[in-house]
Design a protein around this ligand. Structure first.
Ligand code: ACD
Length: 134
């Protein structure tokens, strides 16, 4: 159920994210920002099943609106123009982005009340942990 993600989450831990950004091809200056910024992640869902996922930070705020299983155009925080599709697999929200013949997957799930985002690019995996805002 996508409802379990609804609410406001704040980043509390980030592991190997620099390597993930390098694998994406993100340049130095943007990586410096990516490494220090602690975004809030805000999920909501409306009656029609339209999901809004917003990543808010002092560096950049990005919002996507999507329906599960329906491809859409996404402009990412590091300015990739991707074709994205998000599915729900065993409670895991799986976001697949494709651009320039490449692809990456972001898997978000709730574990022990925390939201984890596993960022996968080839054999590089980063793990980011979010906790509910008090
Ligand atoms: C997450 C991971 C989201 C990963 C998104 C893009 C990765 C590539 C580069 C990011 C560079 C800088 C910004 C990093 C975080 C700021 C987020 C603000 C807007 C999205 O979901 O944790």
């Amino acid at each position: 159920m996508v409802e379990q993600f609804v609410g406001t989450w704040k980043l509390t831990a980030s592991d190997n994210f620099d390597e993930y950004m390098k694998a994406l091809g993100v340049g130095f200056a943007t990586r410096q920002m990516g490494n220090v910024v602690k975004p809030n992640l805000v999920f909501s869902v409306d009656d029609a099943g339209l999901v809004t996922m917003r990543s808010e930070s002092t560096f950049k705020t990005k919002e996507i609106k999507f329906k599960l299983n329906e491809e859409f155009d996404e402009s990412t925080a590091d300015d990739r123009q991707a074709k994205t599709i998000i599915t729900l697999e065993n409670g895991k929200l799986v976001q697949k982005q494709a651009w320039d013949g490449k692809s990456t997957t972001l898997e978000r799930e709730i574990q022990d009340g925390k939201l984890t985002a596993k960022c996968i690019m080839g054999d590089v995996v980063a793990l980011r942990t979010y906790e509910r805002e008090a």
